[in-house]
Design a protein around this ligand. Sequence first.
Ligand code: 4AD
Ligand code: MG
Length: 468
Amino acid sequence: MSTAREALTTIADIHAERVALGKVTIAGWVRTRRGSKKFSFLEVNDGTSGRSLQVVIDGSLPNYEAEILALTTGASVRVEGQLVSSPGQGQKFELQASSVKVYGLADPEKYPLQKKDMTYEYLRDVAHLRGRTATFAGIFRIRARVSQAIHRFFSDNGFYYIHSPLLTTSDAEGAGETFQVTTLPLAQPPRTATGGIDYSKDFFGAQAMLCVTGQLEAEALALGLGKVYTFGPTFRAENSNTSRHLSEFWMIEPEMAFYELEDNMTLAQDMIRYVVKDVLDHCADDLENIVSRNGVETREYLRMALERPFVRVTYTEAVDILKASGRTFEYPVEWGEDLKSEHERYLCEEHFKAPTIVYNYPSVLKAFYMYQNDDGKTVRAMDLLMPGIGEVIGGSQREDREHVLLEKMKTKGIPSEHLEWYIDLRRFGGVPHSGFGLGLERLLVWITGMGNVRDVIPFPRVPGVCKF
Ligand code: 4AD
Ligand code: MG
């Protein structure tokens, strides 16, 4: 005997004509019901497709009056019946029900999802239900597809998927934006002789935090396995309430021995293109839905990204372009200052109109581990900027000279206490190596044209919000 799940046909398979006409069983959630005492039409969606299936229910079914007439948006059903070619407009198939099991009703007075156009802000508050809307189900299907494509790309190119720790004792980016992890009693923590908190008494015998990156550990494994990547959650306590920042986001970090900065750029371009092609080939319906709802046509620039090489421009050249643009930016452009979102977007959206890699940034702006150029002022850093979002990737060639690294840690005030192991990677058989970090949510914003990273992760965490 087959299990309940095995007996089900998916609505995606029906629309793709992978199912023969005749007897089928589907199960899902009612998007709408209309009809009369004599018969009803349901639009049912099971999460496998952006499109629903029309179900026709005759008033002669035994539970018609008691249950079918009570079906409203959000109710859950299992329908057995005959799949037939539909005589009606707008759909190729319909299901003529022979029996309908009602799993659960959804009181229309209370059900938070109603037919009227709900704003994305409203839907964030009911994130436990937004996966039932066409837009968000589509986004999360695309997210799943993108994630798998990334794994496939790396696997096909000789990379090993590694798992870097989430608990750490080093703020690897040195930005001081970490969430602390402790089991010390907060009201009365143990004190040192000088009155500070005595972390030697804490759970790990040292001050610990959630990771802001898995890069340093990825470097350790790359210098042994050759090419590795991580794909995991990342935590940052930056207090930025923007459409590009999450407190918990997913980052993909490849790290490659014997790669220099230019190899790193080429890899980033190849990976992005692989993912874009995969999404265009496999998520066309969902992308179409999202693009038409938002009125932001992303597919043009996605296709362009497949055809034209990504622009490569040094930070110094980028600053010159911005200065010559004649634009008044909110933040002035000065060599040595960080590029703000408005600058990044001007470069890739208006000046180059293409994905743009900016490289060789001033060392003062970047983390301690980046390779120092001979000019003494810049490091072999690279950021990939995308239309609609700005920075999607940040990476670099790594400093592999022990004495330069130690010097850099000193000037940046990075204590070596918890990083001796990292310096060891330079002391013993060090090699040139490079890597980057891709923010999954930023990539998804670029692909879908959704305006906010909060709307491409199922349950966003941002300052003040850790619901669900
Ligand atoms: O540029 P970032 O800080 O680089 C690193 O963490 C390096 N360790 C990566 C590496 O070389 N292995 O972060 C990398 C990417 C950014 O380009 C951005 O896409 C994303 O991570 N990101 C965020 N995404 C959402 N919310 C935030 N608060 C983010 N901070 C960074
Ligand atoms: Mg960055």
